[in-house]
Design a protein around this ligand. Structure first.
Ligand code: PBE
Length: 267
């Protein structure tokens, strides 16, 4: 019998995440550019995507997901990015910290910590893996902070303690941002802040920092993934620069699949 095409083998589905993610916009662009008109990008969430991946992987079944680095899935499963010869997903980029206008004046200590916050993909992975293994995000963040006091002291250098001042941080439920947001939240808590974490979609997150209802977020993927949001709200937020360098987004498959490029999806 004829071998099923890649499309047939996965029912012409790419397993996506939340519709507000820049990765979903990039995937829609890839569908256009690579002429994948038979294909559907399934909306869901980061958690639904990793659940589908786990299920397929355990049965060695084919699956195509929207993926990003840093993410624990690469240490848990043997995966590969599909090559993107048209460059639709862009190259390496950064995760930036963004703050509402006026935060520096209103909460100088929090502002300084947020401005000084930066770490590596490996450090973020330490926290992500703990959370994936079932640990409570707050606890995982606390343990990481205790084990990495030298690093954390570079973020809190020259920062004065406060007495219960309120700070609200926004984040989207992407595993990478669950890790980073909990870490920075715990650092601010130790400095005396009363921190509220608000989990929302990417659009409302950017809007919230721009309208001042959120104080800050460490979840801005720039310059490409969140370029639309950046342009939409330019001038209404402050960009504090990268907190993590060298991220990547794209289409990801298990290494056991016999394809290497997005162009192979048309075969
Ligand atoms: N992500 C993870 C996000 C940014 C963080 C790649 C899923 C996005 O696509 O917007």
């Amino acid at each position: 019998s004829a071998k099923a095409s890649v499309g047939e083998s996965v029912d012409y589905k790419i397993i996506g995440i939340d519709p507000g993610a820049g990765l979903m916009k990039a995937t829609a662009a890839a569908v256009e550019e690579y002429e994948l008109s038979d294909w559907d990008v399934v909306e869901g969430s980061g958690a639904a995507m990793t659940a589908a991946l786990k299920k397929a992987y355990n049965k060695k079944e084919p699956i195509i997901i929207t993926g990003w680095t840093p993410h624990w899935k690469f240490s848990e499963f043997d995966l590969k990015y599909l090559e993107d010869p048209k460059g639709v997903f862009g190259g390496e980029e950064n995760i930036n910290t963004i703050a509402r206008l006026g935060l520096a004046e209103d909460h100088p200590s929090a502002y300084k910590v947020l401005d000084q916050f930066n770490w590596t993909a490996d450090e973020m992975a330490d926290v992500m893996v703990k959370i994936t293994d079932g640990e409570d995000p707050e606890k995982a963040a606390n343990e990481w902070i205790k084990a990495n006091a030298d690093k954390v002291s570079t973020w809190t250098e020259g920062v004065e303690k406060v007495d219960g001042d309120k700070i609200t941080l926004g984040y989207v439920a992407w595993d990478s941002e669950i890790a980073s947001t909990n870490v920075i939240s715990q650092v601010l808590t130790e400095l005396g802040y009363n921190v509220t974490l608000r989990q929302i979609e990417a659009g409302p997150l950017w809007a919230g920092v721009a309208d001042g209802s959120l104080d800050a977020s460490v979840a801005a993927w720039l310059p490409i993934t969140h370029a639309d949001y950046y342009e939409k709200f330019e001038g209404k937020f402050e960009d504090l620069g990268p907190n993590l360098k060298g991220t990547k987004i794209g289409l990801v498959v298990p290494s056991y699949m016999d394809i290497d490029s997005i162009e192979d999806l048309n075969k």
